[in-house]
Design a protein around this ligand. Structure first.
Ligand code: FE
Ligand code: FE
Ligand code: ZN
Length: 297
């Protein structure tokens, strides 16, 4: 079975997406996700078409399908909050254009936090904002991420995501990104992933599930925390994550790791090469930190 797997990678101003592809290849991955700038702000550099072309050429050579590549919108955009409505909508519109100019087709977005306005009003604000941003000519598919329910975060149940999708006029441009850490923290039981998937199918429809974020969790089910852990080192566990990754019904869905960098004697290093290796081998590596440190020598 051809696994579509990758991780969060960087996108820097010098090499842009070309650098992202090179980093991806160093992890033995065949897809990737990146922010087009710092996730916590909305300062963005212009996209360089030459670098984009070089990135696409390299992807073609290395059998990376651009349809599997993901951009993550900055998480400070908050469509659920009417305050800064115009700023958020304008930024998302620009981000959609940037993503389209990169030739990327999927944009992951956190639905937003209602910051006291209440769930129903927050959800309505998200719908109104998306209706401002998406029209019949939009090429990119916006994938709403399942959230942990930290603070006043929305999108922590499949029902909430379905309500948003139903409220958006051109909702054929909407999909869902399911994050394993987030759904665990929201209360879904990953010991029983088949029933989660069945629930997802009944409420939203599996055809809408377009991206998977594969993360373990530092916290117990229902903790509403959102702190990612390395694969197999958290409360979800290696076997439960493998069941998601190798699920027959999800074989065409790109899987993206957003696990934390690990502390080593050589500083904080990316775990992705080693996590992808253990996923491909289907064998848990209980020596992750050492292997990452040794690999850096
Ligand atoms: Fe996210
Ligand atoms: Fe995520
Ligand atoms: Zn998270």
């Amino acid at each position: 079975m051809n696994l579509i797997i990758g991780s969060h990678v960087s996108f820097n101003k010098d090499k842009q997406m070309l650098g992202s592809v090179i980093e991806t290849l160093s992890y033995g991955a065949n897809t990737f996700m990146f922010y087009t700038g710092a996730p916590q702000n909305t300062n963005r550099k212009d996209i360089d078409p030459k670098l984009t072309q070089l990135a696409h050429n390299l992807m073609l050579n290395e059998n990376i399908n651009i349809d599997d590549v993901i951009v993550h919108a900055p998480y400070i955009i908050n469509l659920a909050n009417k305050k800064n409505f115009e700023f958020n909508v304008n930024f998302l519109k620009e981000e959609i254009k940037r993503v389209e100019s990169l030739g990327v087709n999927k944009l992951v977005l956190h639905p937003g936090s209602h910051v006291g306005a209440g769930i129903d009003i927050g959800i309505q604000n998200i719908i109104d904002s998306l209706n401002e941003c998406i029209d019949k000519d939009t090429k990119v598919t916006i994938c709403l991420e399942t959230m942990a329910g930290k603070g006043s975060e929305l999108g922590f149940t499949f029902e909430q995501l379905k309500t948003i999708i139903d409220g958006v006029k051109f909702n054929e441009k909407l999909g869902v990104c399911l994050d394993t850490c987030h759904i665990n923290d929201a209360g879904y039981d990953l010991n029983n992933f088949d029933s989660i998937l069945e629930e997802f199918d009944n409420i939203i429809g599996l055809d809408k599930l377009l991206v998977l974020h594969i993360n373990d969790s530092k916290n117990i089910r229902g903790a509403k925390k959102d702190r990612h852990e390395n694969i197999g080192y958290g409360t979800i566990g290696f076997d439960n994550l493998l069941k998601v990754i190798y699920h027959e019904k999800l074989k065409n869905v790109p899987k993206i790791l957003e696990t934390p960098y690990v502390d080593t004697d050589f500083g904080k290093l990316a775990p992705y090469k080693y996590e992808i290796e253990m996923i491909k081998n289907k064998k848990f590596n209980d020596n992750l930190v050492n292997d990452i440190a040794l690999g850096n020598k």
